[in-house]
Design a protein around this ligand. Structure first.
Ligand code: ATP
Ligand code: MG
Ligand code: FE
Length: 349
């Protein structure tokens, strides 16, 4: 079965085609540039951009895969979490397509999509594995058994900001363009990570070993910038970016590796937009190698939002014999990550 996946939870319109764990092709349109002058995603603009993009992006993904609509055997769509208006566009499109083609529809959790993205590059996930999800809105350490059959266990989550949010907000304070994460990564190449001693939040002996906090780090970076500006000296942005990136990468990878060790798990999977960060990737590699843990990180284009990852979850659901969603499937903008599918999941054995 060829599964067509649609992603529209934020500012990327993504469509992917997957069959039996194999990525056949995908396409993405982004409204990022339209949000730049506002310094963040404007929900109304994002929703409108999805309306314009969804048809052409479906066409482009099919072309890249060398397929036509008549080859599609199931449709999967992100039904939450995300921006309500943005999610509505993808879900409405997916329902229309499923109805018109007479094929089953599946509502997928966006974060399960981020996790499944790795399977397209590296094959099925081992059971169990520890997953570090680091994105614009989430930072969590998960214990994953069977992604579509078993409940997802949260070992720890962020208590305040997500890691990507920290990058984006600090970039703004540093006067760097939006979106901040990739820019911090680029600017940091010319900086000294040891130039500023930013804090490592929640890494003390009495702290929750798997919880995260990034709002204090964001404040520390803002204070550092204020001190420089107050003193009238030019802000050494590259040093600040490198030091911030080092602090975030240090905390993320330290806790992820500790979670693997504590649970006797041999594989760590790092996913989400911040998994594209070069220092997060290199430090995770270094520490996993030292601890004898297998590290899996998706290629860059599958780390940030895309439709292929949603098709990947749909493909797993189809192959698990999961019941499809009803055609009145509703969106859930704040869906907690409990199951990969966002509808009751009676799996047919
Ligand atoms: P969520 O998945 O939590 O709903 P989202 O879909 O907006 O949020 P993603 O698309 O997974 O998030 O990731 C976007 C985030 O990743 C942004 O915060 C962005 O700054 C960050 N990001 C992307 N590339 C990099 C990079 N190279 N270094 C650091 N951060 C990055
Ligand atoms: Mg985005
Ligand atoms: Fe995302």
């Amino acid at each position: 079965t060829v599964v067509l996946g649609i992603e529209s939870s934020c500012d990327e319109t993504g469509v992917g085609l997957v069959r039996d764990g194999e990525l056949l092709g995908h396409a993405i349109a982004s409204s990022m540039d339209e949000h730049a002058r506002f310094g963040g995603v404007v929900p109304e603009i994002a929703a409108r951009a999805h309306v314009h993009a969804i048809g052409p992006v479906i066409g482009e993904a099919l072309t890249r895969a060398g397929l036509t609509l008549s080859d599609v055997g199931a449709v999967a769509v992100t039904s939450g979490p995300g921006l309500a208006g943005a999610l509505q566009v993808g879900v409405a499109g997916a329902k229309s397509l499923a109805y018109a083609l007479g094929v089953p529809l599946y509502g997928v959790h966006h974060l399960a999509g981020h996790v499944a993205a790795d399977t397209l590059a590296h094959g099925p996930l081992p059971d169990p594995c520890v997953v570090l999800i680091v994105s614009g809105g989430h930072t969590s350490l998960l214990l994953v058994r069977d992604l579509v059959r078993d409940p997802i266990v949260h070992l720890g989550d962020t208590l305040d900001d997500a890691a990507g949010e920290c990058f984006d907000k600090v970039a703004r304070v540093f006067g760097l363009p939006y979106p901040g994460g990739p820019v911090i990564d680029r600017v940091a190449r010319d900086g000294d990570p040891a130039s500023v001693a930013f804090p490592r939040p929640l890494t003390g002996p009495r702290d929750d070993p798997y919880a995260f906090s990034f709002s204090g780090l964001k404040t520390a970076a803002a204070r550092w910038a204020e001190r420089h500006r107050g003193a009238g000296t030019e802000l050494p942005v590259a040093d600040g970016a490198a030091a911030l990136q080092e602090a975030v990468a240090d905390v993320l990878t330290r806790k992820a590796v500790a979670a693997c060790a504590a649970h006797g798990v041999g594989t760590l999977v790092v996913v989400g937009g911040v998994a594209a960060n070069s220092r997060v990737r290199s430090l995770a590699e270094e520490r996993c190698r030292a601890a004898g843990i297998e590290l899996r990180v998706p290629p860059l284009d599958l780390c940030t939002d895309n439709g292929a990852m949603i098709a990947a979850v749909g493909d797993l659901l189809v192959r698990a014999g999961a019941a499809p969603a009803p055609l009145d499937l509703s969106i859930d903008p704040s869906a907690p990550l409990e199951y990969a599918a966002l509808q009751p999941l009676p799996v047919v054995a």
